[in-house]
Design a protein around this ligand. Structure first.
Ligand SMILES: [Zn+2]
Length: 255
């Protein structure tokens, strides 16, 4: 059994056939799916999906792209949603300097505000960092993320940064990217860091693994990521499944 630690099933791309997508995930051995909030509405939908489907859990947060939409009401809404039993983390939150859809100072302020909310609610965090690693790491250190724990989603840094993340009590999640030809440096990180610190994710509907690139991604394809991780580390698929499942349950607080 595998745990999908990062999906966006509230995306309009799943509106028409979500039940079939979930059926295929089940057949592929996906035990639980963590649906990630990426805005106010997405967080509400994420919590609703967790209520509706026994295998889905939710996180709530505002993605850095939409940081300029955050108000005091957003944080009040999240405090309410966090009371629900299957809402397990604050995320995805962080910095994205690739697109700069929100100004950088706003992204940083909103990132800090959501880290403080996670402290208040005693929840782990799911972090998104793109072309912003220096600032991301500085904010994570200053806001004492080590006391929260959490996940560096779609990890794309080097081994040195990976080790710094481990010191900050963060696990590293890898997805379809590790199956891409041009991802040699990311595979080096997978190889260097012990399995005890790694997680599996798809980030669906994005980042579809080989050989399905170009198509919509979905949780069933997590298996391809797990197989690739096993190949890189030279261990059995069953070992990757066992250890990453244990890691995911620990970080998200699942018994
Ligand atoms: Zn995501």
């Amino acid at each position: 059994m595998l745990i999908e630690t990062h999906a966006h099933l509230d995306s309009h791309k799943f509106k028409r056939d979500l039940d079939q997508v979930l059926q295929r995930a089940k057949e592929a051995g996906i035990e639980y799916i963590f649906n990630i909030g990426a805005g106010e509405r997405s967080s509400q939908e994420s919590a609703a999906l967790a209520k509706q489907y026994s295998q889905i859990y939710a996180t709530i947060g505002v993605h850095p792209h939409d940081a300029n939409e955050v108000t005091g009401d957003t944080l009040r809404l999240f405090r309410e949603l966090a009371k629900e039993e299957k809402v397990r983390a604050i995320g995805e939150i962080g910095l994205d300097y690739h697109y700069d859809f929100s100004p950088r100072d706003v992204q940083q302020r909103v990132f800090r505000a959501q880290l403080r909310l996670a402290h208040e609610l005693k929840m782990p965090v799911v972090i998104h960092s793109r072309e912003a690693d220096k600032d991301t790491m500085e904010i994570l250190r200053q806001e004492e993320v080590d006391k929260l724990g959490g996940i560096m989603h779609c990890f794309a840094g080097d081994v040195k940064m990976a080790e710094e993340c481990l010191r900050l009590n963060l696990k590293l999640a890898f997805g379809g990217v590790i199956t891409f030809d041009n991802a040699r440096s990311t595979r080096e990180v997978v190889k260097a860091i012990p399995l005890e610190h790694l997680l599996l994710e798809t980030d669906c509907p994005y980042l579809t693994p080989v050989p399905h690139r170009g198509k919509r991604n979905e949780p069933a394809y997590l298996r391809l990521v797990a197989e690739k991780m096993a190949e890189i580390k030279g261990v059995e698929l069953a070992e990757v499944a066992r250890v990453t499942t244990k890691n995911a349950k620990a970080v998200y607080g699942i018994k």
